[in-house]
Design a protein around this ligand. Structure first.
Ligand code: MG
Length: 218
């Protein structure tokens, strides 16, 4: 008997992800799967993006964390619909967790769904959730070697946001080395260099995202 445990798990996940994707498409929702290490700035980017784009689009958020509701509370404080998924130890969100969370969101009242994944650079990249785009954040204090050490997330992502560029004078981060390594893994990767703290560079990210959401709305 042939045993294909890992393949079957991922295949089952992909089937559910396809169902989620069909549901999002039927509701004309553009979905991003936001991934990074802990502390790279996912929730800060979510907050900034909500505050900038909420006049143009109706935004919903799913927060994934091992435990706690801290990030969901930050989003709820912006009067934005949010669901917190606690994975209870799991290192990533999967398609079934998203499916289970969706009845808690009014899908007919959302144009852009931002899913903030559990913070790490490994497992989240392996699981489709039904997203239109995987967006990853790399922050300058993490170091420019991350594309070489965690190649899958760079290959899978459509966008890399290089955050905390305001810290470049204070950290040993070779931005050209990081860009080269990331683009060697994924030549189509869109890269935005930003600081969520100062706002520098974020306009290009908002433009990119707004263009995608508007295209789906039709
Ligand atoms: Mg967070």
């Amino acid at each position: 008997m042939k045993i294909q445990v890992v393949t079957d798990v991922l295949a089952a996940n992909d089937r559910i992800a396809d169902e989620n994707r069909a549901l999002f498409a039927a509701n004309k929702i553009y979905v991003i799967n936001l991934m990074s290490s802990p502390g790279a700035g996912k929730t800060s980017l979510v907050e900034k993006t909500i505050l900038t784009l909420r006049d143009r689009f109706r935004i919903g958020v799913i927060e994934g964390d091992i435990q706690s509701t801290y990030d969901a509370e930050r989003v709820a404080a912006l009067d934005t619909p949010v669901v917190q998924i606690n994975t209870g130890g799991g290192c990533h969100l999967d398609a079934n967790m998203i499916r289970e969370a969706l009845p808690n969101l009014a899908l007919d009242a959302i144009d852009l769904l931002i899913v903030e994944n559990v913070g790490n650079l490994v497992c989240p990249a392996e699981f489709q959730i039904g997203e239109d785009a995987k967006v990853m954040i790399l922050s300058t204090p993490e170091g420019a070697d991350k594309p070489l050490k965690y190649p899958l997330i760079f290959r899978e992502s459509q966008v890399m946001i290089l955050n905390k560029i305001d810290l470049l004078p204070h950290v040993d981060f070779d931005r050209e080395k990081a860009r080269r390594a990331a683009l060697a893994l994924n030549p189509d990767l869109e890269i935005f260099e930003v600081s969520c703290r100062t706002g520098e560079g974020l306009a290009a990210w908002y433009d990119w995202l707004a263009g995608r959401v508007a295209a789906v709305r039709g």
